[in-house]
Design a protein around this ligand. Structure first.
Ligand code: CA
Length: 480
């Protein structure tokens, strides 16, 4: 365990980042602005900086080209909700039982981030930041305590559920709280601003999120701000406007064509945001992160995970390795590539360690500060191991942070891969009995990590709820 991790393991930590080293340029003496741009169900190969050929993403690529890209950028779960819970708390979500995706159900107050956790927005509020979420929340919709405005966001524009239709004429419901198990209901609720239903939205959803993000940056240019721009694109349903569809007439496959248009809308939004930072003269000292919440579900939205095996909902690389880049011109030189694994948990730790002002970090963090590791000339990987838990399938993964090996343990047989030689995970080394030492070491670490996690999930998932409803229905019938 390295020094950064040790530092972050002390319960309630007050991080004091020395101002020395910030005084070289006047623009560096101020605390950095923070922007996290998250896409939804985007394939690893669907950005230019990862080699995408058929969908130009010049604006998203600016983040990588003017900063650092992470070819091995991971998220903590292979579907939306738990991945977002890990990102926004900087902690493995299994520590607090967020092992399932929140769904529509009879009101379940446990179905959200528990108060024991601190969100990145709450952390940044302790440092005096202005905060906004524009987009999808998906880490609590059933109780007021889970609302973004109650979890550190001064401003919230968007929706609370797991997905959404893209055209305002489809938004017919007033509230997400009375959905009664119907996910489609959640996709059709009107957007809200700080709890107030919006009746007059006219823009394509992705454009609306971009507009609000740009306005927030403009309004808060004179003070440190945190913008969490969480697009639901390019998650299904596949819907785009002619403006974006017209760019992809050459793509024959209709699903891929609409998907490309949806990605292009995100790229336009990212461009508007980056241009705004330039126009305000604050780009230099604004940290911008870009990533997807999980890998692409090829069959659902025609996304492309390239040579990676599997996709969304699988624990092969295609499910958990995502497009991932960071830009912070004040500290990070352009055109950097950091080859060792990083994980979405590192964003919280990086932000907390680089504010240039005191901040209260409530819990033990699971990530590391990326700034020193990507700016070291030798770019050595920290000595750590990354872990995943899929409780409902009794599936666990451990991945060397500074080596090549990845272990999957599961009921139908364990697997070991050397990702340096075999990034497509075709050759299960356990079959040949090779690299047994690496396997044993990872399994041992995994067993220790499992003991730190919550015993079981904090709330029911869709499959468990269906079972629950069936039992309730039978009880009712028997009582008649
Ligand atoms: Ca997702």
């Amino acid at each position: 365990m390295n020094a950064i991790l040790l530092k972050s393991t002390i319960g309630l930590v007050v991080m004091m980042v020395a101002f020395t080293g910030y005084g070289q340029k006047s623009s560096n003496t101020k605390s950095p602005n923070i922007i996290v741009i998250l896409t939804d169900d985007m394939g690893n190969n669907d950005v230019g900086f990862n080699g995408c050929q058929d969908i130009p993403t010049p604006n998203i690529d600016r983040i990588a080209d003017e900063g650092v890209k992470f070819p091995q950028g991971y998220v903590t779960f292979a579907v939306c909700g738990p991945s977002r819970a890990g990102l926004i708390t900087g902690r493995y979500q299994s520590r607090f039982g967020f092992d399932r995706t929140p769904v529509f159900a009879p009101s379940d107050p446990e179905m959200g981030l528990p108060k024991t956790e601190q969100t990145m927005a709450e952390m940044l509020k302790t440092a005096g930041y202005r905060t906004m979420l524009s987009g999808k929340w998906h880490v609590g919709a059933h109780a007021e305590v889970h609302h973004p405005n109650k979890r550190g966001f001064d401003e919230f524009f968007g929706f609370l559920a797991g997905g959404h239709r893209y055209f305002p004429q489809d938004w017919t419901f007033q509230s997400e709280y009375d959905a009664e198990g119907n996910e489609e209901h959640g996709y059709r609720t009107k957007l809200q601003r700080n709890g107030q239903v919006i009746e007059n939205e006219t823009e394509y959803l992705t454009d609306a999120f971009s507009r609000e993000a740009v306005n927030f940056v403009k309004d808060n240019k004179d003070q440190p701000f945190f913008l969490y721009l969480a697009y639901n694109a390019p998650h299904t349903p596949l819907q785009a406007t002619e403006k974006y569809l017209d760019r992809f007439k050459h793509i024959a496959d209709e699903k891929r064509r609409i998907y490309a248009a949806m990605v292009s809308a995100v790229d336009d939004g990212v461009g508007r945001l980056l241009d705004q930072l330039d126009a305000l003269g604050i780009a230099e000292n604004t940290m911008v992160f870009f990533l997807s919440d999980n890998g692409g579900p090829k069959n659902a939205n025609a996304s492309d995970n390239g040579i990676l095996r599997g996709g969304k909902s699988t624990w092969y690389e295609g499910g958990i390795r995502v497009p991932f880049a960071m830009r912070w011109p004040a500290k990070i030189k352009p055109n950097q590539v950091y080859y060792a694994p990083v994980i979405s948990l590192d964003i919280f730790s990086t932000v907390a360690a680089n504010l240039g002002r005191p901040v209260k970090v409530k819990n033990k963090l699971d990530g590391i500060d990326l700034v020193p590791v990507v700016t070291r000339p030798e770019k050595t990987a920290p000595d750590r191991t990354l872990f995943w838990r899929m409780y409902d399938r009794d599936l666990y993964v451990a991945r060397n942070g500074n080596g090549a090996f990845k272990v999957l343990t599961k009921p139908n047989g364990n697997e070991l891969y050397n990702l340096d030689d075999d990034v497509s995970e075709k050759n299960n080394l356990l079959k040949s009995g090779k690299n047994r030492e690496a396997y044993d070491a990872l399994v041992k670490e995994l067993e220790a990590w499992k003991k730190e996690m919550a015993k079981e999930p904090a709330f029911l998932g869709l499959a468990e709820l269906k079972e629950y409803w069936e039992i309730q229905r039978q009880k009712k019938q028997n009582n008649k």
